[in-house]
Design a protein around this ligand. Sequence first.
Ligand code: NAD
Length: 498
Amino acid sequence: MNQPSKKASVIVIFGATGDLAKRKLFPSLYNLYCKGELEEDFAVVGVARRKLSNEEFRSRVHDAVIDTACMDKDDKHKQFSDHFFYQPFDVTKSESYQDLKALTESLDTEFNIPGNRIFYMAMAPEFFGTIALNLDAEGLIEGDGWNRLVIEKPFGHNFSSAQKLNDEIRQVFSEDEIYRIDHYLGKEMVQNIEAIRFANALFEPLWNNRYISNIQITSSETVGVENRGGYYEKSGALRDMVQNHMLQMVSLLAMEPPASLSTEEIRSEKVKVLRALRAVIPEEVSKYFVRGQYDAGEVNGTHLQGYREEENVDEASNTETFVGAKLMIDNFRWAGVPFYIRTGKRMTSKSTKIVIEFKDMPMNLYKEQSGKLGPNLLVIHIQPEEGMTLHLNAKDTGDMRKTTPIQLNFNNKQENYINSPEAYERLLHDVMRGDATNFTRWDEVALSWKFIDPISIAWANEKEPTFPNYASGLMGPQASDDLLEKDGFHWWPLPENK
Ligand code: NAD
């Protein structure tokens, strides 16, 4: 028998009949398999409430991967399916765990796996604690191999619920066995922030309050809440997007250069940023934060209904579908530099991008001919485009004393000729390799919630009388533009987002 690979493991997916498993986990596993990143020594056990046979489960997996790039390789798919098993499961019943234990142990033998386990929680968060405690009680994590627990968002809905969940899973798993997913950290260009900053002599010396006037992060969606009104009513954009994804991007942009690219060095630098975030006290929420809720609107000739008309949404809902904010990082590097963030649903375009705006030249030699010089901008395109654009000023052809704006572009997809791997593919691979760099450590989660809690409390206590305050298809309410205008800035790029 061959030596098992380092990644050899039984992957147990709790919630294997759900949306996440179908849309993200199965296709990612299949891509990894096709690319040869997974050898034959792995098995996937799907567990969920429904009664399914292995064959029925495999057919679902087949349907889920049918559109992936590798799908032409039929034989490959058959081989891949043979690694999948299903077990009906009741999270509260000890017999379910005992059956699971017996199955995973038999798969160890069948696939030459040395007892390694990945427990992937793709179920509603209220079950995470119960599952972890039962895995321990029923002896599923006492084998010889390693154990890793993958936890999906939301990790709590405020600091105290996050702490409770963390306490439960920490009774069973150590911090370095826990992989808290923030899928933004799996995105190519989010991972590229570190390389742009720390591998370019051009940027790092300028990356501070002497040369940067402000930083803007936009993550906009065109869709509304679709059929997830019930979930969204309890969450809102602040908890759904800002506490995790937006603050993670802020941390990567603002952190100090780590001593090395090791997991702990990087996470420790990110944590320091969160510690330096200026806390927003309830009385000052409106100074730093604006909230929005989409109204009906006409987009490309189609009438779209407002948030309050969506299914499972209160007709007088106080839930925000948009957040705009000004964050201040009170440390030597960033004192005085606002980080503006905005995120929301039913906005003009689906796009995530970061704009770093540099300060103006000390004087403008070209003003008579060219008027105001545009600032230098570094735009990092996270999705759907992946790349960056540097906005510069150059001499206008013909007129020596006149400048014209130019752009230097890098398009990651064009450059590599193939799509870069999906975030989930990368992150699953990281879990198998035991690399937790792109997952959030508990102190990051705790500090993010502590920052967010006063804002969500203030908003829950005070109904926003202007809701709904932006028409579907706009970039949020007017108050979001005003937030920057008060400081003499505006959202880039102009004018298409006006
Ligand atoms: P889903 O409702 O589509 O699926 C839930 C799964 O859990 C199903 O397989 C269901 O059978 C199973 N389940 C529910 N109760 C059970 C019980 N008592 N015993 C056994 N099985 C049970 O949910 P989803 O969209 O796949 O999301 C799963 C988790 O992933 C949630 O925590 C969600 O917040 C998170 N998440 C989902 C997405 C996504 O794109 N769907 C994105 C980010 C995070």
